[in-house]
Design a binder for this molecule. Structure first.
Ligand code: ADP
Length: 496
């Protein structure tokens, strides 16, 4: 109803006083041009204006810039004029520029003759309600999202006796039973569940601890077997156990188990093949060495029985045959060592590296003396390894450090150790010729050498080192400054 113009009656005076005092409602009069002509306590409370500030202002100032551009204030007055009232909810602006959400009514003020003389506007701050509504909408959206996500999982909600109340889309997909077929039925009968222990003891544990986890075997509608990792949780426990509801989430691990079984089978085959290869290498080495030994034996015999009349040149040739066959024998031994260096058959035990290095020093004493080499080490740990292989590893690295020295510079070799998590890193540092960056991988490849016959070697030493280190579960690499020296690093498990 439009307001009639207030006369001077006692009633009108009371009405005005009431309006002036209402603190939570901003109620004011606007003339036909939209200029504010009255104020009440609610204006100060809701909009933040004092009476002086408020009177004479355009009521469009109370709208957001966006609404002003869209002509919302004028439209409000037009609607109120033509329809007798305009009401809406929207964001408004306080004097300090803050936004607040308000519901408002505009109604025309009519003269005694029924002409519009102005408007009354009433505004109430409902920001809190609006924010609560927004939060509620946000929560409802989250909830529906979560419900949707849950629906995609293989989840069943059921009573303790198995009576199904919720059967998700995911469960439909996994088991083939539709929602209407499953709800009301009993899980364990429907899915022909095979339990790892009696259902009674599982239920006892479930009620006691609130949850249970284990692997189950289920049957699908088509009769296919599905292995699942099942997680049960008690949802709502009421007075008697009949009121308990159980959330059962089942994850299909059929494929995972099949892959695991395949992987184990492949590993077994690999171990068998490796063992066969090692025994094959032994046989080949044995078979090749037998005629080789014959060859060098006969050559030695021949050399001893030749009389002095035999040409010196022929003696040299015989000597060469002897040398070649002994090199060939060394190569066969090295190849055999390479083939067997990584196999797991060897025994692993605590090895004090300090003892090993002393042994290496004694084994290489002649070579070291000839080269004028010095070998030193810092504190060395006890590691868990194959003792003979570790000896071989360090001997190869130190032997190389001496062999690949710079001309005219005595080899200086130093060993140090540093602790990583459950491993040790051992560094073998030399002052030799160094290795170019592009050769840092190649040198570990079997039979790859960077030198010709001028330096003795078969190109298997570092390949054997790599097999030994990797066989012990570590890795080996090198850092080097060409022309200044190299450091070989390897990791090896701690003794524990
Ligand atoms: P070999 O010594 O029998 O040639 P290795 O496998 O022990 O075989 O080494 C491969 C190559 O790596 C060597 O030919 C050599 O060029 C290079 N090398 C190995 N150790 C060092 C080192 N400490 N300093 C410089 N070069 C090295």
């Amino acid at each position: 109803m439009p307001f009639r113009g207030f006369g001077d009656s006692h009633e009108a005076h009371l009405y005005r006083t009431l309006i002036k005092g209402l603190p939570h409602y901003a109620i004011f009069r606007i003339n036909q041009e939209g200029i504010i002509e009255s104020w009440n306590a609610g204006v100060a409370h809701v909009l933040g204006y004092s009476e002086e500030d408020f009177l004479g202002r355009s009521f469009a100032d109370l709208f957001t810039a966006d609404d002003r551009i869209r002509g919302v204030p004028e439209k409000e007055l037009r609607v109120a004029a033509s329809e007798g009232r305009s009401s809406d909810e929207r964001w408004h602006v306080r004097k300090n520029g803050d936004f607040f959400y308000a519901d408002g009514i505009v109604a025309p003020i009519l003269s005694a003759t029924g002409e519009i003389t102005g408007f009354t506007k009433l505004l109430r701050d409902v920001t809190n309600r609006k924010l609560a509504e927004q939060e509620k909408d946000r929560l409802a959206a989250r909830l529906s999202e979560m419900a949707h996500a849950l629906d995609l999982t293989h989840t069943i909600i059921r009573g303790l006796d198995g009576t199904i109340t919720v059967w998700t889309q995911g469960a439909e997909f996994l088991y083939g039973w539709s929602r209407s077929e499953a709800v009301g039925g009993r899980t364990h009968e429907l899915l022909r569940t095979e339990f790892p222990e009696s259902l009674q003891s599982i239920n006892e544990r479930l009620l006691e601890e609130g949850e249970w986890q284990g692997e189950l075997t289920h049957a699908t509608k088509e009769g296919k077997t599905v292995k699942v990792a099942s997680h049960w949780a008690v949802h709502a426990r009421e007075q008697d156990s009949d009121g308990v509801s159980v959330i059962e989430v089942n994850n299909d691990i059929t494929a995972l188990q099949a892959t695991q079984a395949e992987l184990e089978e492949t590993n077994r085959k690999l171990a068998r093949a490796n063992a066969e290869l090692v025994s094959f290498a032994y046989e080949v080495a044995h078979d090749v060495k037998a005629p080789l030994r014959g060859l060098s034996g006969f050559a030695a015999l021949l050399s001893r029985t030749l009389d002095s009349s035999f040409a010196e040149q022929h003696k040299e040739l015989l000597e060469k045959i002897l040398q070649s066959s002994s090199k060939l024998e060394e190569l066969i031994d090295a190849l055999l060592e390479y083939a067997t260096a990584g196999d797991k058959a060897g025994y692993i035990q605590p090895v004090a590296l300090e003892q090993t290095i002393k042994q290496v020093q004694s084994n290489l004493s002649t070579v070291m003396a000839e080269a004028g080499a010095s070998l030193s080490w810092g504190a060395l740990p006890v590691v868990r390894a194959h003792p003979v292989r570790v000896l071989r590893l360090l001997q190869n690295l130190i032997g190389n450090a001496i062999k690949y020295a710079r001309t005219g510079i005595s080899p200086v070799v130093r060993l140090s150790a540093k602790r990583l998590n459950d491993q040790w890193q051992i560094d073998v540092e030399d002052n030799g010729i160094g290795i170019k960056p592009e050769d840092r991988e190649t040198i570990f490849v079997p039979l790859k050498r960077l030198h010709g016959a001028e330096i003795d070697g078969a190109g298997l030493g570092l390949a054997i080192c790599k097999r030994i280190v990797e066989g012990e579960g570590g890795r080996i690499w090198i850092s080097s400054v060409p022309g200044a020296g190299s450091t070989f690093h390897f990791t090896i498990p701690d003794q524990y």
